[in-house]
Design a protein around this ligand. Structure first.
Ligand code: NDP
Length: 313
């Protein structure tokens, strides 16, 4: 006999844990499969200063520990394993854990998040791991570079938006674009072009992020002319896109052209009844811990209402 649960949560970032807290308090006895990177993106973040309720800020991993403890306090069953397959073709849905065990679930809350893309050059990764001024989130980390010179890589809407955000805090923002045009929307292009302290460097690639313990500069190359130069910066931001973690759901749920799960606006409902999505896996615009947590709460409430409507108590 397979284990049968009312509410199965896949993923353990702020969205998943918040869904767990609400679902557990509503007596849905949630089972959470935490995934390969328990805690999600905040586990590789240092100081979090913009999550309400922490007036002095908190380290990302410590905050996720608090989320976990709060979910456990209401008896969420958290398992440190991963989902290897799902079958959403009939109810109850089937979720295979580590290619072995099959769990039956009346509702599923998907909170598998998204992964920031990096340039994957050695110096970027080394300084990122040292928390030495390399970041994939300007809204999270821009504050630490107030009055300083920074660079941001990318030419899409995210890079343009984050460059504009940084320009309000920093003295100077170099925007490194590998093509000779911006992919961002016209409105964002105009905003970037009309911001005096953003210097757009088209046809530029990053060869190396400089610095031992923290960023001191970057060696960049004009790929048209081959000319290399050094820019002096203390922060290096990468905004070249995110990859939503949705490979499990391809062909099973409606995804948008970039692979994000589509939800009914104003809800966390997917196109399959009883399956809900929250957090970055369905959000390419805000990507904040607090917005993810908010949508996790919505997913638990949507799940509870769905179960009631089906008479499952
Ligand atoms: P995009 O995929 O749109 O853009 C990625 C950018 O990064 C491109 O300019 C790309 O260059 C560049 N890039 C990719 N890989 C590298 C690399 N290895 N080295 C250097 N540059 C690289 O991602 P975004 O995150 O900007 O946007 C994702 C989606 O979200 C888009 O649909 C966007 O419109 C949407 N969005 C909308 C917002 C809004 O409406 N306010 C805000 C933020 C995002 P190249 O052009 O050469 O491929």
């Amino acid at each position: 006999m397979s284990e049968h649960v009312k509410c199965l949560i896949i993923g353990s970032g702020p969205a998943g844990y918040t869904a767990a807290i609400y679902a557990a308090r509503a007596d849905l006895k949630p089972l959470m499969i935490a995934g390969l990177e328990p805690g999600g993106q905040l586990m590789t973040t240092t100081e979090v200063e913009n999550y309400p309720g922490y007036p002095d800020g908190i380290q990302g991993p410590e905050m996720m520990d608090h989320f976990r403890k709060q979910a456990e306090r209401f008896k969420t069953d958290i398992r440190y394993s991963f989902v290897s397959a799902v079958d959403l073709s009939s109810r109850p849905y089937k979720v295979v854990v580590e290619e072995k065990e099959t769990i039956l679930a009346d509702t599923i809350i998907i909170s598998t998040g998204a992964t920031a893309k990096w340039l994957e050059i050695e110096s970027e990764q080394r300084l990122r791991k040292l928390s030495g001024g390399v970041s994939a989130c300007a809204v999270c980390d821009g504050f630490f570079f107030k009055g300083q010179d920074v660079a941001i890589v990318g030419g899409g809407d995210t890079a343009a938006e984050e460059a504009t955000y940084l320009s309000k805090l920093c003295r100077k923002v170099y925007m490194l674009v590998r093509k000779d045009f911006l992919r961002a929307s016209k409105a964002m292009q105009h905003r970037v072009e009309n911001t005096p302290n953003i210097e757009l460097l088209y046809n530029h690639e990053t060869m190396e992020v400089l610095g031992d313990q923290g960023v001191t500069g970057a060696r960049i190359k004009n790929i048209k002319t081959g000319a290399e130069r050094k820019i002096d910066i203390t922060g290096f931001f990468v905004a070249i896109g995110h990859q939503p973690n949705t490979s499990l759901f391809k062909g099973k749920l409606d995804l948008d052209e970039q692979g994000y799960i589509k939800t009914v606006p104003g809800t966390t409902k997917t196109n399959v009844e009883g399956v809900f999505a929250c957090g970055d896996v369905q959000d390419k615009h805000y990507r904040q811990a607090v917005t993810a947590a908010g949508s996790g709460c919505m997913a638990a409430l949507d799940s509870e209402r769905y179960l009631s409507s089906k008479g499952i108590h």
